[in-house]
Design a protein around this ligand. Sequence first.
Ligand SMILES: Cc1cc2nc3c(=O)[nH]c(=O)nc-3n(C[C@H](O)[C@H](O)[C@H](O)COP(=O)(O)O)c2cc1C
Length: 333
Amino acid sequence: MIMARDDSHLPEKLRGLRIPLIGSPLFIISNPDLVIAQCKAGIIGAFPALNAREGEGEPPLLEAWLKRITEELDRHNQDNPDTPAAPFAVNQIVHRSNARLERDLEICVKWKVPVWITSLGARVEVNEAAHSCGGVVLHDIINDTFAKKAIDKGADGLIAVAAGAGGHAGQQSPFALMREIRAWFDGPVALSGAIASGEALLAARALGADFGYMGSPFIATHEANADEAYKQMIVDSTAEDIVYSSLFTGVHGNYLKGSVERAGLDPNNLPEADPSSMNFSSGSSKPKAWKEIWGSGQGIGDVKKVTSAGALVDRIAGEYDIAGRRLAAEFAT
Ligand SMILES: Cc1cc2nc3c(=O)[nH]c(=O)nc-3n(C[C@H](O)[C@H](O)[C@H](O)COP(=O)(O)O)c2cc1C
C-alpha cells in the first residue's frame, strides 16, 4: 500500500494515521471498546463525554473510560512499535443544557486527552482547557460563518459537517462547504457527510480535507453500543431510507425511516419542532431521539454486513488504496 502521505503540516497529535480518517463520536453508541478498536486499526476513534454516565453517587465513569483507553493504547504501542495506535478524541457538547461540561473538562485535562472535538457552540474556555494539556481542538460546523467563529474563538481545526451526515447534519453540499473553508483556512479540516467507502474518503481528500469523518458505518460493528435491530437496519437501509427532521431534538438531523415507523410515526409527514426543546441533560421529548429514533447518515448503502470495527477500517483502507491508485494513473506522465 502507498502510505507516503505528507502530514507534516498537521499538529503532531493528528499525524501518522494509517488512513486519514476519524471515527466520529456517536451519542450512546461510542464506547471504549469501539474507540480502542478504531485507534488500534490506525484511525482516530472518538466518543462523546456524555456517553460515560455513572449512577447516582458513583465515581465519574468518564475517568474510568479515559484510564482504560489510555492504558490499553499505551500497552498496544509498547507491544507494536511499528504499528502504533492512533490517538483518541473526546467530544464535548458545548450546549447550555450540558450541566456536566465543567467537570468533564477537568477530567479530560487530567487525562491529557490528545484530540478534543467540540460541537453545538464554540467557547474560548473549552479551547483553553484543551490547550492547557497539549490537546488539539477540532470544532464541528455546518457553514462558513460558524467555521470563522470557531477559529476566532481558538479552535485549531474544523469538522465540516455537510449534507447527508448522520446526527445533526448540515444542508450544504460538501463541494461548496469545503471550498469556502479552504479559501481562507489552511489548518486541519475533517469533512463529514455520508462517507462510508474508500472512494468517498478519497473524494474528501481531493476537496482539500485532511481527514474524512465517518460515523454511521461504525454503528454496524460488533463493538458499537447499539441494539442488534439498529445495526441490522443500517445494513438493510440505503440513502432513500433516511429522513431529515427537526422533530426529535429541535435541530435538524438525519434518521432511519424504519425507526420512525417503529415508533408509530409517518416519516414522510413529520411536523417541525421548536429549537428551544433541545436538551442534553436528560431525555425529554417523546419518542426519544437516539434511543428509539435511530440516527444515520445517507452513506449506509455501502454497509453490507455487521463486522468488527477493525474489519470496517480494513475495508475502507483497501478501497482507498485502489481508488487512489486508479485516479493517480490518470495523471501519470
Ligand atoms: C447516531 C448518531 C449519534 C451522533 N451523536 C453525536 C454526538 O454525540 N456528538 C457529535 O458531535 N456528533 C454526533 N453525531 C454526528 C457524527 O459525529 C458525525 O458528524 C456524523 O456521523 C458524520 O456523518 P456520517 O454518519 O454520514 O458518517 C452523531 C451521529 C449519529 C449517526
